[in-house]
Design a protein around this ligand. Sequence first.
Ligand SMILES: C[S@@+](CC[C@H](N)C(=O)[O-])C[C@H]1O[C@@H](n2cnc3c(N)ncnc32)[C@H](O)[C@@H]1O
Length: 367
Amino acid sequence: MIVQKTEIVKEGKTESLVFKKKVSKKGPGSKDNEPFYNPSMELNRDLSIVVNQWIINNCKKHVHLLDGLGASGIRGIRLANELDGDFDVTINDWNEQAFSLIKKNLELNKLDNVIVSHKNLNALLSENKYHYIDIDPFGSPAHFVDSAVRSVYNNGFIACTATDTAPLCGIYPNVCLRRYGARPFHSYVMHEIGLRILLGFICRGAAKYDKGVKPIISYSTDYYFRVYVKIRNGKSYANKSMENFSVISPKEIFISSDDNEHDIGPLWLGKLHNKNAIKEIRTLLFKKELNTKNSLWKLLSLFEEEANAPPFFYTTDDFASFLKMAPPKIDKIFEKLTGKGYKVFRTHFSPTGFKTNAPLDEIKKVF
Ligand SMILES: C[S@@+](CC[C@H](N)C(=O)[O-])C[C@H]1O[C@@H](n2cnc3c(N)ncnc32)[C@H](O)[C@@H]1O
């Protein structure tokens, strides 16, 4: 019955059976009963291939990977089929149809390094430990972060997607407060704020168990956030991480002039990416067959540039509109600020965005 309603898609070098009518070009996904496949998440899955190859290459022992919310199983099946090294993959989904489809995809690809599991992810995480845990839900990953933090091995990784961008970007601030315990702020920097709220939530969740976090890659697109975070056991790592967990006032980052405006957060104010890791991950792109290789190359270059930038950005449009002038060319702003000895960085959050260590008055002068 499943075979009649499915079609085969090819991502990377892997063919997978997916449900036909669930194919959508955009959007966070569906909550009905059939396993969901979203073709627009291919870049997201391609990136998990190179990140996991990097994890396996850097780990001296057998690595246990988990695709915790598998749906068709495409992500986990691809990990099992496209990675080299000493590892196994568990693919889990509590949905009956998803469980059958994952098993079909396993047969299709003739893989012997996969364990298929049919459990509530939180129960699975309470029973087992993994070096890499992928959480790719419909909506918020908030319900799974606590068990993932407990389950992950020391120096292991948690990757999670959040498609609940509306709460995290401040369209539904009360939902954000309930889910993440943080206040968002709807503004031109809302995506960076949302991403940092998600990272802050993981940081706080880990610190509770005396674990620290180190973001490897964190990014936002129009309709989802995605983070790869390394988890390290120990009170000192937890304390160090918590130094980056704080609130910030909208005035401080130039998105409001109102003294009575509420603080934003608490959120993560540390680095979004790890520059050295990204350099190594980027070189692995050449060794893999990936349809989104060129886009990923560009995106990773941007993350690498952004890695050591201070938090939050300005856009030439918003700054110019504040000063009631026409927006200048971004290259000119870079030229002038670097000419004055300041650091300026491009950012993946906006094509007209820039991050800088220059004080506000200097930026105003340059504009
Ligand atoms: C967005 S889909 C996953 C998409 C998939 N990772 C991909 O790349 O195509 C989310 C899946 O999580 C499953 N799910 C939701 N809550 C779960 C839970 N508590 N335990 C196990 N599976 C769950 C759903 O059945 C659904 O198939």
